[in-house]
Design a protein around this ligand. Structure first.
Ligand code: AMP
Ligand code: MG
Length: 410
């Protein structure tokens, strides 16, 4: 252990490694029409069933011919035409050419195309100006995609821009995994829903909105159990129901060591759960483990801590459960515009605002107050400023790593 490690705290990388090792893909395969397949993860590789383009065709409007016929001649006889959807079907005799339009099939007799701007029509003869290179202006069969080519590996999550590619290959349906079923609830006697006025000592439950908002941008099925009071019987009942109905159970609150934190006792009866103190800030208390039929993530109650542990630990683990290949957020070095306060011993995920400065360099500033309850910073930020475990205070002008917020946070 280095001088800067805090005893008893688990480094975030170790936590993630342990979590990923503990889970396996768990979703059934289904067939999905491509128009409703965005966000689904492929259960099987997609193989191209055809060549693209499917036939040799012209890249220009002009004339198609054999280049050898122009060796000692600058004029060819016009013998027909090939238009997109209406190919030329005859033979091109020696010294002949055909009119051809962009995308139209190139007859087997021809090997080159000259664009019309470089030709002159003399009755039924076409005069060619300039040099011709054999094969010019021809798009060859299969030059983009060959028959049997792997287009996507299993585990690829389909994006909107993948769909037209599938359509262009005549693939109407894909084999994908069913979305994960995710049960969520908030715990705490102090919590109330946004529909009600606050009574003394109450706060609004924002974590469930955080979870719902982020999960709504992912291809998962959410089962929302609402707010559960710090009541052992009610908590146990909710855990049992959630475990029965979902693949994943995510709660917030009640994982730290506090008077009213019953979650720990109940979970120890229901499954094999680790209660960790993570070497990250914010987000120290975190629970992870297995219930009889689901995987459990216990996020800390503090809203920023809940979001950081969700994105850094729970979502990557869920990605594996969903059958997806791991994806990573974009991390880039940026220059700080001012100092950042930091104690060595934990990895900080501070909220930052990056921009490209006048010199074209990436720079980052802080959103200000970095308390784990300060959610306004999360809203103002566009990146995490990741300050390594061993690092102390950061001075203006130092380079730090930033993590650009992923799609689901925007
Ligand atoms: P806990 O982890 O339950 O001790 O909660 C830590 C802090 O987060 C306390 O100040 C809680 O009031 C707050 N908190 C817990 N759950 C939520 C929630 N769902 N929404 C907003 N704040 C919460
Ligand atoms: Mg609580």
């Amino acid at each position: 252990m280095g001088y800067c490690d805090s005893p008893g705290l688990k480094p975030i990388a170790d936590a993630l490694t342990q979590m990923l090792a503990a889970v396996e893909p768990c979703c059934e395969q289904i067939t999905q029409p491509i128009q409703s397949a965005i966000g689904f993860t492929l259960a099987q590789a997609v193989i191209s069933p055809m060549f693209v383009p499917p036939f040799n065709n012209s890249a220009m409007d002009g004339y198609a011919f054999r280049a050898a016929d122009l060796n000692d001649n600058t004029e060819l006889t016009l013998v027909g035409k090939s238009f997109a959807g209406a190919p030329f079907e005859g033979e091109i005799p020696k010294g002949g050419c055909i009119r051809i339009m962009t995308g139209a099939p190139l007859p087997d007799d021809a090997d080159s195309v000259e664009m019309q701007e470089n030709t002159q029509v003399n009755g039924s003869f076409i005069q060619f100006q300039g040099k011709v290179r054999q094969g010019q202006n021809v798009r060859l069969r299969g030059e983009d995609i060959t028959n049997g080519q792997i287009m996507f590996e299993a585990g690829h999550t389909l994006r909107s821009r993948d769909i037209p590619l599938l359509a262009s290959l005549g693939i109407a349906k894909v084999n994908v995994y069913q979305p994960l079923k995710v049960a969520i609830f908030s715990t705490g006697d102090e919590l109330t829903t946004v529909e009600k006025p606050l009574k003394t000592g109450q706060i609004y439950d924002s974590n469930r909105y955080c979870l719902n908002a982020i999960l709504s941008k992912m291809n998962v099925e959410v089962i929302d159990f609402g707010i559960i009071a710090d009541d052992p019987a009610q908590l146990k009942d909710t855990f049992l129901q959630a475990n029965r109905q979902a693949d994943v159970v995510i709660t917030s609150g009640g994982v730290s060591v506090g008077e009213a934190d019953y979650t720990k006792d109940i979970l120890e009866q229901l499954g094999e759960i680790g209660f960790w103190k993570l070497a990250i800030k914010p987000g120290k208390p975190f629970a992870f483990g297995k219930l009889s039929d689901s995987v459990f993530f216990g996020l800390p109650g503090n809203p920023v801590s809940a979001l950081v542990t969700l994105t850094q630990l729970a979502l990557p683990t869920m990605e594996k459960m969903a059958g997806a290949k791991p994806t990573t957020a974009l991390r880039l070095p940026a220059i700080t515009t001012h100092g950042f306060k930091k104690d060595p011993g934990r990895t900080d995920f501070q909220r930052g605002i990056y921009q490209v400065n006048a010199a074209g360099k990436l720079e980052v500033s802080s959103t200000g107050e970095q308390g784990s309850g300060v959610f306004s910073g999360m809203s103002q930020a566009n990146c995490f400023v990741i300050l390594e475990q061993a690092r102390g205070n950061v001075a203006a002008g130092e380079t730090v790593n930033i993590e650009i917020f992923r799609d689901y946070l925007n």
